[in-house]
Design a protein around this ligand. Structure first.
Ligand code: 4AD
Ligand code: MG
Length: 430
């Protein structure tokens, strides 16, 4: 008898098949039991009629606890009312493991309770939908860069130095030395861009940010492309192309999941290039016009980003921030050195910054000067300075935060559900 997955039941109409899974839910009406069986690919309703199975099997059905693991045999029948269009007329059933009383029930649970049971919560349809969209986004990102001839370069996680400022480093012992968990792979993809032209890294990054917001994780995944000979304008074009590609990809491949999440997809359908571009100066004016008490030179908070993004239908670029509030490696605008050739991409609907990018300093003396202004020890960055000594070229890149992108595309209020096991300021368990 063929062992099949629920998602493939349509290829087995009328056949007797085996499904290996878990009891998601059940109900009974005397001589008929309805067993909702999930197998990771979907949920199918198994219908068990008393007169059509052995008395042991019928009795087993009655005893089954939620989330017990079972192997079911049955005949695949089309059923218009069933979620996937099919149900299973059960002919036989074997118990693999009888579950204890399952802590997550259909009633409402508080977030902390669910987060404590994250290892079990992953089994729910909503979490399923989110993590399948996450998978699609990752695959879309990879395809986007692979199809454009970028080379994947894996960058180290244990690193000797900071990339995004020294205040958010996780420090760890490294034999007689100390190491930091990578905040970004950028410095290394810059080296790789000089070797391969167009590259990207895609891995976990770490920030010891004492932020308890709906946008911050201590451990998050970032895609970071870096392109030799690309300037700031090229960089923004690559960003809008990537983000549009990924959104359209999810709309094409994961509509069913977006429906489970009750996502209003009309806002996503708008996400096509070009995206509007405003300067930091203009952003400050817009905020002041909206009544925000903010002066030129200040960084934006989450609330400010929301106000700005609400003024546009699509994601919006804010470019040329003051050098003083940005990272040491960003190239000053030659026409106005107090601002840098950088951009943040703000997602609509209050999701805030999903990308940070910039053209990099290519002049060794200016880079040294910036490093000393940021109190960064030259020895640790000697290799990075080498890139400006041996064939330095203009180059640009950016980092897209995966979890914020998933939260936005899925329409979730908080990033904690966008990653299987979130690391939050107050949570390292499970
Ligand atoms: O703006 P950031 O700090 O930029 C960099 O790390 C650059 N080195 C990237 C580059 O140019 N190669 O971070 C990039 C993105 C942010 O826009 C945001 O989406 C995400 O990473 N991000 C976070 N996501 C979740 N939790 C946090 N604590 C995050 N910090 C940044
Ligand atoms: Mg940033």
């Amino acid at each position: 008898m063929a062992q099949v997955y629920v998602e493939n039941l349509n290829q087995h109409e009328g056949e007797e098949v085996t499904i290996k899974g878990w009891i998601y839910n059940k109900r009974s009406s005397g001589r008929i039991q309805f067993l909702m069986i999930r197998d990771g690919t979907g949920i199918v309703q198994g219908v068990m009629v008393k007169s059509e199975v052995s008395s042991e099997v019928f009795a087993l059905g009655k005893e089954l606890m939620q989330e017990s693991s079972i192997i079911a045999q049955g005949i695949v029948r089309p059923d218009e009312r069933a979620p996937g269009g099919y149900e299973l007329t059960i002919t036989d059933l074997q118990l693999v493991h009888m579950a204890e009383e399952y802590p997550i029930t259909p009633k409402e649970h508080g977030t902390e309770f669910l987060m404590d049971h994250r290892h079990l919560w992953l089994r729910s349809p909503r979490q399923h939908a989110i993590l399948r969209v996450r998978h699609e986004i990752i695959k879309g990102i990879r395809d986007f860069f692979d199809e454009r001839g970028f080379v994947l370069i894996d960058t180290p996680i244990l690193t000797p130095a900071a990339c995004e400022g020294t205040t958010t480093l996780f420090e760890t012992d490294y034999f007689d030395d100390k190491a930091f968990l990578a905040q970004s792979g950028q410095l290394y993809v810059e080296a790789a861009a000089m070797a391969f032209g167009k590259v990207y890294c895609f891995g976990p990054t770490f920030r010891a940010e004492k932020s308890k917001t709906r946008r911050h994780l201590m451990e998050f995944w970032m895609i970071e492309p870096e392109v030799a000979y690309a300037d700031h304008e090229d960089n923004m074009r690559l960003q809008e192309d990537l983000v549009s590609f990924v959104v359209q990809r999810v709309l094409t491949h994961r509509l069913a999941e977006l429906e489970i999440l009750e996502r209003d997809i009309s806002r996503l359908q708008n996400v096509v290039p070009p995206f509007p571009r405003i300067s930091y100066d203009e952003a400050i004016e817009r905020l002041q016009d909206a009544g925000v008490d903010i002066e030129w030179g200040a960084d934006f908070g989450g609330g400010d980003e929301t106000i700005l993004a609400e003024q546009f239908e699509r994601p919006v670029f804010v470019h040329r921030y003051p050098a003083t509030i940005k990272a040491f490696y960003m190239k000053p605008d030659p026409e106005r050195p107090e601002v840098v050739l950088c951009d943040d991409l703000l997602a609509p609907e209050g999701y805030g910054e999903i990308i940070g990018g910039s053209q990099r300093i290519d002049d060794p003396d200016l880079l040294k000067q910036r490093m000393s202004e940021h109190d960064l020890p030259e020895e640790t960055y000697a290799w990075y300075l080498d890139l400006r000594r041996y064939g330095s070229v203009p180059h640009s890149g950016f980092g897209l935060g995966l979890e914020r992108t998933v939260a936005w595309i899925c329409g979730l209020p908080h990033v904690r559900e966008t990653i299987p096991f979130p690391r939050l300021i107050n949570r390292l368990y499970p």
